[in-house]
Write a protein that binds this ligand. Structure first.
Ligand SMILES: [Zn+2]
Length: 238
């Protein structure tokens, strides 16, 4: 796993507002504190999320962009790209690969953080079809599209310089290779998660669950008691 001193820029590509905060906000805070520039790319606006039936769905998109922007600021991220796809309808097609590749070529990251591109039968919620499609389109954008100078002729991608991403980090890895101690960042991760107000009918319950969950990840990987950790599957894409 590349260390912060070896990284200039990181791009997180996620399906919904709040996915990056659940999966990686503590790591993002660690990176930005170390001077790494982190940029977010959100495929959808999360229009199908939440619990409040009185909020019109087109208003939900604006609310969730605002919440994600606020959450990003809590962990040192100020550049966000919203691709504007419809929540619940993400498909890993050529258009999505193109659009993610454009962001990769603009941001030029050494590391991309994205979602698991296959279904995990042990995690029904984690395997939302939008997550799988986002992970698959992002892996295809990392290789071959963003680095292939002949990809998508005549489309906006072809106007930008090719770029090769060195590593992809996939949250909730279990192989023990990409464990990041976020003990000092857990409060900021929770602050970021709390910014997604439209998604939490009971914020206090979420906070308790979040603390236990990330302490559990630390315990699973043998970190000292009281530690919190995020864990990634690290994919070498060089
Ligand atoms: Zn999601």
């Amino acid at each position: 796993m590349l260390q912060p001193s070896e990284i200039e820029r990181v791009l997180a590509v996620m399906a919904h507002p709040d996915d990056v905060d659940f999966g990686a906000a503590g790591t993002v805070a660690t990176l930005t504190d170390a001077g790494v520039e982190v940029v977010y790319c959100l495929v959808t606006d999360g229009q199908a999320g939440g619990f409040d039936h009185t909020i019109p769905r087109d208003e939900m998109a604006a609310i969730r962009r605002g919440e994600q922007t606020e959450a990003a600021a809590k962990v040192g991220v100020t550049e966000l790209h919203f691709l504007g796809h419809m929540d619940g309808s993400v498909v890993a097609d050529l258009d999505l690969r193109h659009d993610i590749s454009v962001v990769i070529r603009k941001v030029r990251p050494q590391v991309v953080i994205t979602q698991l591109p296959v279904r995990n039968l042990d995690s029904t919620y984690g395997s939302h079809p939008d997550h799988i499609a986002t992970g698959e389109a992002t892996m295809a954008a990392v290789y071959p599209d963003a680095r292939n100078p002949f990809a998508f002729p005549g489309r906006p991608l072809a106007e930008l310089e090719p770029w090769s991403v060195d590593e992809v980090w996939i949250p909730f890895g279990t192989d023990g290779q990409g464990v990041v101690d976020i003990t000092d960042q857990l409060d900021r991760k929770i602050e970021a998660l709390m910014c997604h107000r439209s998604q939490h009918p009971d914020p206090a319950a979420i906070e308790e669950r979040v603390r236990m969950w990330w302490q559990g990840i630390a315990a699973d990987h043998g970190l000292p008691e009281g530690s919190s950790a995020e864990a990634f599957r690290v994919v070498d894409t060089r």
